[in-house]
Design a protein around this ligand. Structure first.
Ligand code: SME
Length: 151
């Protein structure tokens, strides 16, 4: 899948749902999970900076028990603190990792910034080992930046 080919559809979802970010995010999760072969679970987490926890927002894929993740815990919690992309080619090699499903082999988490603040993240699990490249990082960074415009 050429990820940039999905950009018009992402833009259209954001434009259509600019007054309803939840609908835009659900549409983006559904689109990416359906169209990108190595995206098996796609979700957004948002930060409560006072309580230092992440809360799961919209997602596509199997429901997860991990709807609240403390800052610092797991890949997601680490990104809440580092403000940096985290690409995990093989989740078995990570000590600080929260398993959502035994089928997951790799994960990518890209922070979402609004006015310079790390307010959340897009989290993608893959059942394929080592599937993510710089193209995924660029594309997902772009998705988050577009979305930030309506948040
Ligand atoms: N694996 C994540 C937890 C979230 S699930 O992937 C949906 C982590 O280690 O933070």
């Amino acid at each position: 899948m050429n990820l940039s080919a999905l950009q018009p559809q992402v833009q259209s979802l954001i434009e259509t749902h600019k007054s309803n970010p939840d609908a835009a995010m659900q549409g983006i999760c559904d689109l990416l999970q359906a169209e990108v072969a190595h995206y098996d679970w796609v979700g957004f987490y948002f930060a409560d900076h006072d309580k230092r926890v992440l809360h799961l927002g919209k997602f596509a894929g199997e429901p997860t028990d991990h709807t609240t993740i403390p800052f610092g815990k797991g890949i997601c919690g680490q990104v809440a603190e580092s403000n940096a992309n985290f690409v995990v080619p093989d989740v078995k090699a990570q000590d600080n990792y929260i398993a959502c499903s035994i089928t997951v082999k790799a994960e990518i988490v890209i922070p979402l910034f609004k006015d310079g603040l790390n307010i959340g993240q897009i989290d993608i699990d893959s059942n394929t080992i080592d599937p993510f490249t710089a193209a995924d990082e660029e594309f997902l960074t772009w998705v988050n930046a577009q979305l930030a415009e309506i948040l």
